[in-house]
Design a protein around this ligand. Structure first.
Ligand code: ADP
Ligand code: MG
Length: 326
């Protein structure tokens, strides 16, 4: 009899959970999936001095580094979305992230001079990919893949599990969710969307999905407060400051979770209006925006999600917009 099996871990700075409907002896397969995440974490982490990304950062402005195929694939995707979003998503945001230290023990508001220096170093155009070798053009430039690595890892685990014959599973990397197939009862998976203004675990609504990724970027994910003001972890590459445009969160539905991850960050940076224009030319992607306007909370949905989204509270206004049909 198939049953729900789950393995948990803490990797890539977040809780990772892989669950599947399968027989007992397949638990090993899920553990192997978790080991894959650990493998990618070791390659991609900006916090580990021995990761490939740290090596690349250390060689910035100096020399090319030959990377593992996984790291190459990640950087290619990151560069693709940086170009597509005109740098709203910029994987060279490292120097800015390093100054703020959000999520670390002692976050601080950086002084202006170092922050100006840091934003000058942020430019995806200086990420040079040449076959399997990669280099950052200038000294003191640094990659930070925090805005795409979890999505990439979720895709990687999903294709591994599928290759092992798993037909129904849920992969969750701290809110980057990929659903394989449907639930064992044949119904779609229900994925809760966090209410950005409520304690973690409180859903503002849910989306029903099958074979799809759901990724959210929000102000509640990592932040610190100083003098009553909240500073969160999604930065404008132009100002080096946390983006303030009224958005509380952006959720992206897409087939690829790496795409969804990069886009959730990018569309958050763009702001709702530009983000909707962007979605009108991007097929296969749907979005949910949650924003604060005065004292009202507004949820804006891709029209296609109308039937898939179920609200769980009544304290909001719901709007829809037309997206691009694939
Ligand atoms: P989460 O890590 O909560 O899933 P995101 O996917 O939005 O959220 O990623 C935020 C992370 O991405 C930050 O912690 C930082 O590492 C990185 N980041 C911040 N701003 C940008 C940006 N403009 N472009 C690319 N990456 C960014
Ligand atoms: Mg992201």
């Amino acid at each position: 009899m198939p049953q729900l099996i789950r393995v948990d871990g803490f990797l890539m700075g977040t809780f990772v959970q892989i669950s599947a409907y399968t027989t007992e002896n397949r638990a090993k397969t899920l553990q192997k999936g978790m080991n894959e995440v650990a493998h990618l974490d070791a390659l991609f982490s900006a916090h580990r001095s021995d990761s490939e990304i740290s090596l690349l950062n250390a060689r910035a402005g100096d020399s090319f580094v030959v990377l593992a195929p996984e790291t190459n694939a990640l950087l290619k995707k990151a560069l693709y979305w940086a170009q597509k979003t005109g740098g709203a998503f910029d994987p060279t945001i490292g120097p800015v992230v390093a100054l703020w230290q959000i999520g670390a023990a002692n976050p601080t508001i950086p002084h202006n001079i170092p922050l100006q220096r840091a934003i000058k170093r942020v430019s995806y155009r200086d990420l040079v990919l040449s076959n399997d070798a990669v280099m950052l053009r200038h000294e003191e430039q640094a990659l930070d893949l925090g805005g795409i690595a979890k999505g990439f890892a979720a895709d990687h685990v999903a294709s591994f599990l599928k290759s092992q014959g798993i037909k129904s599973a849920l992969i969750d990397l701290g809110g980057n969710v990929v659903a394989i197939g449907k639930r064992a009862d044949g119904k779609p998976w229900q994925i809760g969307i966090q209410d950005p203004q409520k304690p973690r675990g409180t859903a503002i609504g849910s989306v029903s999905i099958a074979n799809r990724s759901v990724v959210t970027s929000g102000v509640y994910e990592r932040y610190f407060e100083k003098n009553g003001k909240r500073y969160h972890h999604i930065f404008s590459p132009k100002t080096g400051y946390p983006v303030e445009n009224g958005l509380l969160s952006v959720t992206i539905l897409s087939d690829s979770s790496a795409d969804g991850d990069a886009l959730s960050t990018a569309l958050f940076v763009m702001g709702k209006r530009s983000a909707i224009d962007f979605l009108k030319k991007t097929p296969g992607v749907e979005a949910i925006f949650i924003e604060k306007r005065g004292d009202k909370t507004i949820i804006t949905l891709s029209e296609k999600l109308n039937k898939q989204f179920t609200p769980r509270t009544t304290h909001y206004a719901l709007e829809t917009f037309e997206g691009k049909n694939p």
